[in-house]
Design a protein around this ligand. Structure first.
Ligand code: SAM
Length: 252
């Protein structure tokens, strides 16, 4: 499926969106010659210096190692993502990277962990980044935005809650929804990822209450029914995990 994000039709390179994202993800370990992603990541990580060395090191490593950041920046590059809602924003490094790169107009980050929101607020000082505490399981509607981001969040919610949040995201997004999801149907990758997540659930500070990924086909079908075009592309980079990026773009 071709790119439709933000009405951009095809990416500026003329290649299909999924191919562009895959290419960017493959190059994640090196600098992007056009946009100097490495310098961007360094600027973003430096902002977390106010949160202490451990947090800064965590964010620096996360930006460098997780291909989702390069993938989202690549999608944003042609036209920007406008006003962004980052649901389950964690420490907010994705939103800060988008703002630092001039690829978002403003970001609202929601999370249920106050300490992470406090770190995000401090790191984002001076940027158009607002944070708010919201439990995605509360049933409260997501606020409207041009683009809704949900990165590594859905699978941590109960399946019924995921369905509510997905429906709410489809209503909230004026242009697009970008979801990084754990795909439970990618064979050995899924078995390994699910096993890892379940094993580390009680140890990892980033784990949630559940490890219950919905079939990606079900998420895609919900967005198609709501009037979006949907593209799903691997977003695992050099890792053995089964992460994919689902790109839902509202049809005119
Ligand atoms: C694996 S982290 C991902 C954080 C961030 N999206 C990123 O890419 O770094 C999952 C995040 O979802 C948040 N989360 C999990 N369940 C939530 C809920 N019910 N309501 C709000 N946030 C939730 C967690 O607090 C955590 O910050």
């Amino acid at each position: 499926m071709e790119a439709r994000l933000a009405g951009c039709g095809r990416a500026t390179t003329g290649m299909p969106l999924s191919a562009m994202v895959a290419q960017r993800s493959r190059h994640q370990s090196g600098p992007d010659p056009h946009d100097d992603v490495r310098a961007l990541y360094a600027r973003v990580a430096a902002r977390y210096g106010v949160c202490g060395r451990t947090t800064r090191a965590y964010v620096a490593s996360k930006l460098r190692r997780d291909p989702v950041h390069a993938a989202v920046l690549a999608l944003a590059r042609p036209l920007g993502l406008g006003v962004v809602l980052d649901a389950g924003c964690g420490r907010g490094q994705m939103g800060i990277a988008l703002l630092e790169a001039g690829l978002a107009r403003a970001v609202l980050g929601l999370d249920c962990v106050a300490a992470r929101l406090a770190e995000t607020r401090r790191a984002a000082a001076g940027l158009a980044f607002v944070v708010a505490a919201q439990d995605l399981a509360s049933g409260k509607a997501l606020p409207p935005a041009d683009t809704v981001l949900m990165i590594d969040v859905l699978y941590q919610l109960a399946p019924a809650v995921q369905r509510q949040v997905i429906a709410s995201a489809a209503r909230a997004a004026r242009r697009a929804v970008l979801i990084r999801a754990l795909d439970p149907d990618r064979g050995w990758r899924s078995a390994l990822t699910l096993g890892f997540e379940r094993l580390t659930r009680h140890l990892s500070p980033h784990a949630g209450r559940h490890v219950a990924p919905l079939p990606v086909a079900e998420i895609a079908a919900t967005f198609r029914l709501a009037g979006f075009a949907v593209d799903v592309t691997p977003c695992w980079g050099g890792t053995p995990f089964s992460n994919v990026l689902l790109i839902a773009t509202r049809l005119a």
